[in-house]
Design a binder for this molecule. Structure first.
Ligand code: HEC
Ligand code: HEC
Length: 348
């Protein structure tokens, strides 16, 4: 290498460094000027245009509302020949206690609950334990009684268990009225069919047993404001019925009732509680619904023997909480789960 090139070579990094700095500065100034001029608008517009596509409101509805059963229009009831019966039937279902409760003005045969406490809005709410399938599916053979049950027997089943009370005669004015109302509700449902949204939501099973201890926390967070810390609810000032019904204790449903089965309780609560939610906007997770069911159904409530129930024990639902069973699983597991293994065994 010749001698004169050496100092130039030494200067090269310095010159390169200077050039680089100048380019950076120019870039910075141009950048500042650009953003000062156009602002951040272009990017913002892009973002807000992109929003609807990427953040479509996620529905957590338990079922697609399309095709859901809806009750006939109450405004048309007067065109029915038995309109008076239908109206009295609805009144009895909405305000059962006033007529048939502990201070009932017709008879005193039940615990103070209204049918509507569990069959919401007189049995008209989708997945709110509605009566849409009552006319179309009764009479039917049921595993619990082992025989064909007509609708009167089924209604009396709820009187004896959910309302921990006595039966109504099939030819009583009250029974005739309730049946008339249910027949009217289901008048457009073809015989043998169960409309979409009938009854109670079938909540998916958990992998584990439902946990009453976790359920207590959920109860205290989501239920106490209405059902109270002692679970006894709130009575109307004139004692004609509850504002908030009791969930356990002597005034609640007995151990033979549908809600004493975990799947019935959890499915009902998931789609309808805390009061005000519907199947379209549930707020409890599946786990919370199972756990709160475990908590409530592990507390004291009336016991009552129904010695003729389940003449064929293999017909017991897998969450029936009382043995003997046709399989080898314990009463504990039949009550709280996990249910998958029981279900798999039943399939074999
Ligand atoms: C404490 C809650 C509760 C109360 C109160 C209650 N029920 Fe029920 N009822 C249930 C449950 C749970 C079922 C079973 C639902 C299922 O298995 O899907 C049921 C089922 C029924 C059915 C059968 C519906 C069908 O499609 O198979 C009829 C009819 C019925 N109840 C009528 C009544 C009447 C009438 C009253 C008032 C006298 C009443 N219930 C009060 C909880 C209750
Ligand atoms: C905002 C008040 C409120 C809250 C909170 C609430 N409920 Fe209810 N609950 C009601 C009312 C009111 C009814 C009766 C509905 C009717 O008659 O229309 C009811 C009925 C019930 C029933 C059926 C009737 C009975 O007595 O057995 C159950 C079970 C139930 N609630 C469980 C729960 C659980 C579990 C929670 C907490 C996850 C909860 N509720 C939170 C107001 C509430």
């Amino acid at each position: 290498m010749n001698q004169t090139a050496k100092p130039l070579l030494k200067l090269f990094p310095l010159i390169a460094g200077l050039l680089g700095t100048v380019v950076l500065l120019i870039g910075l100034v141009v950048g500042i000027l650009y953003f000062d001029h156009v602002g951040l608008q272009p990017t913002q517009v892009q973002l807000s245009e992109a929003l609807p596509a990427t953040s479509e409101p996620k529905s957590n509805a338990l079922m697609d509302p399309v095709g859901m059963w809806a009750a006939p229009d109450w405004g048309t009831v007067d065109t029915e020949p038995n309109a008076e019966d239908i109206k009295y039937g609805r009144e009895l279902i909405a305000n059962t206690s006033e007529y048939l409760g502990p201070n009932g003005k017709v008879r005193k045969i039940s615990n103070g609950l209204n049918c509507q406490n569990c069959h919401l809005q007189a049995g008209t709410v989708p997945l709110g334990n509605n009566y849409s399938a009552a006319k179309s599916t009764y009479p039917k053979v049921r595993g619990r009684s082992g025989k064909s049950e007509d609708i009167q027997l089924r209604i009396n089943g709820c009187f004896q268990r959910s309302l921990n009370g006595e039966v109504l005669a099939s030819d009583s004015k009250e029974m005739i009225a309730m049946v008339a109302y249910m027949d009217w509700l289901g008048k457009d449902v073809p015989k043998g069919e169960k409309p979409k949204g009938a009854g109670i939501y079938e909540l998916p099973f958990l992998e584990r047993a439902a946990d009453p201890i976790k359920g207590k926390t959920i109860y205290e967070r989501q239920c106490v404001t209405c059902h109270m810390i002692d679970g006894q609810g709130v009575m109307k000032p004139d004692s004609s019925g509850y504002i908030y019904p009791p969930l356990w204790g002597e005034h609640s449903y007995n151990q033979g009732a549908g809600l004493f089965r975990m799947s019935r309780f959890a499915g009902y609560v998931k789609a309808n509680m805390p009061f005000g939610v519907t199947y379209e906007n549930p707020i409890l997770s599946d786990e919370e619904a199972w756990d709160v069911a475990a908590y409530v159904n592990s507390l004291d409530r009336p016991k009552r023997d129904f010695p003729n129930d389940w003449p064929d024990i293999s017909k017991k639902p897998l969450d029936h909480p009382f043995g003997p069973y046709a399989d080898g699983f314990s009463e504990e597991q039949h009550k709280f789960g996990p249910f998958q293994a029981i279900k798999a065994a039943a399939k074999k």
